[in-house]
Design a binder for this molecule. Structure first.
Ligand code: ASP
Length: 359
């Protein structure tokens, strides 16, 4: 893959270096005339970024861009793309102080969650960002999101260590932990939220970091990347009238390892015997069932109501205050590792990268 160096301000050592990994999405679209006389949005040539954002030339950090091939709308993102991003970070880890991943907003929270688990022993910033309006439009959020993400990726403490050494999402005004964020807005600029964990920083006139909330890698492990993720996983959302046959059919999928069930409120599920029987059958086969709330804020508390007591007895795992994106990707990560079922259960309930609140 070709690395493109961007000419920025002359260095004042020590100069920081940021690698930009461009994956596609709305961010990089420009309007181009078409044969029929109209205009349509097409991905732009990243080598021409200085024409779009001349302010980049004033940054005192070294910028290099690498694009994945082909560029994708993030609706097409898959674990293979996560592995591609993880591999690029691993390959260039020693040469850069931080990484910015330009990514479509639709599945950015999934990719950021996945990368938070795949990049074991991470001690450098990996900042995902994108845009609701492309860089090629006159009024857009792409420019500001990008410039702030670069600033976050290059921010250091006085001792030279990274200020935010974790996978995060910068969008609009907030820096959020990647595995706590969710896309909540399809139209407005404030596309992401993290209801169960405070922002790591607010970007106003200054970027105000909330250092006490930043995750620090405590193990002595150096970066090691897990590239495989289990794809034998399903996600179902309950609704009044949900037929137990949906659950039966899903849990009968050959090779299925886990099901994330989006339940009501604090983790409540109908006490309908047919639904309980379907769950019991799947659990007996060894499928892991995780209980995640449909609410964007708060946590699952199995046993609080009678409508979740039966889940405890059946052996359904609580998803605590994990987002569905974090629950899915954490399971994909843990199921791809060679753990015993009991170790996997303990690790799922433990915060590995600040993704859940252990009470
Ligand atoms: N469909 C686009 C994507 O996720 C939307 C965006 O980038 O905001 O790639």
């Amino acid at each position: 893959m070709q690395l493109i160096h961007i000419d920025t301000a002359s260095p004042k050592p020590p100069r920081t270096a940021v690698l930009i990994i461009y994956t596609g999405g709305t961010f990089g679209m420009v309007s181009e005339p078409q044969a029929d006389g109209g205009e349509s949005l097409v991905p732009f040539e990243f080598g021409h970024i200085l024409e779009k954002i001349p302010e980049l030339a004033h940054l005192e950090c070294m910028l290099t861009v690498v694009s994945i091939e082909p560029l994708i709308d993030s609706a097409n993102a898959s674990p293979a793309h996560w592995a591609q991003i993880a591999q690029l970070i691993e390959l260039h880890y020693a040469d850069y102080d931080g990484f910015v991943v330009l990514h479509g907003t639709d599945t950015m929270a999934y990719s950021a969650s996945a990368l938070s688990f795949m990049l074991e022993g991470l001690r450098k910033p990996v900042v995902f960002t994108g845009a609701q309006l492309p860089i090629g439009t006159v009024r857009n959020d792409a420019r500001r999101n990008f410039l702030t993400a670069i600033e976050v990726a290059s921010a250091k403490r006085p001792d030279g260590s990274a200020l935010v050494p974790e996978v995060c999402i910068f969008f609009d005004r907030y820096l959020l932990r990647g595995n706590r964020a969710q896309k909540v807005e399809a139209d407005h600029f404030n596309a992401f939220e993290s209801r169960n964990y405070p922002p790591l920083a607010f970007a106003g006139i200054k970027i105000e970091y909330q250092e006490a909330y930043v995750h620090q890698e405590l193990s002595s492990k150096s970066l090691s990347v897990q590239l495989t993720m289990s794809e034998n996983i399903a996600l179902l959302k309950l609704f009044p009238g949900f037929s137990p046959t949906i659950l039966e059919a899903t849990l009968a999928i050959p090779g299925l390892q886990a099901l994330v069930l989006e339940t009501y409120g604090a983790g409540n599920v109908p006490t309908n015997p047919a639904l309980i029987a379907a769950l019991a059958q799947g659990l007996d086969k060894g499928v892991v069932v995780v209980n995640i709330s449909q609410c964007v804020g708060g946590a699952v508390k199995q046993g609080l109501y009678q409508t979740s007591q039966h889940l405890v007895e059946l052996g359904v795992w609580s998803g605590y205050d994990l987002t569905p994106e974090a629950a899915l990707t954490k399971l994909m990560y843990l199921l791809a590792k060679d753990y015993s079922p009991s170790d996997r259960k303990v690790l799922f309930a433990t915060s590995l990268r600040g993704e859940l609140t252990n009470e």
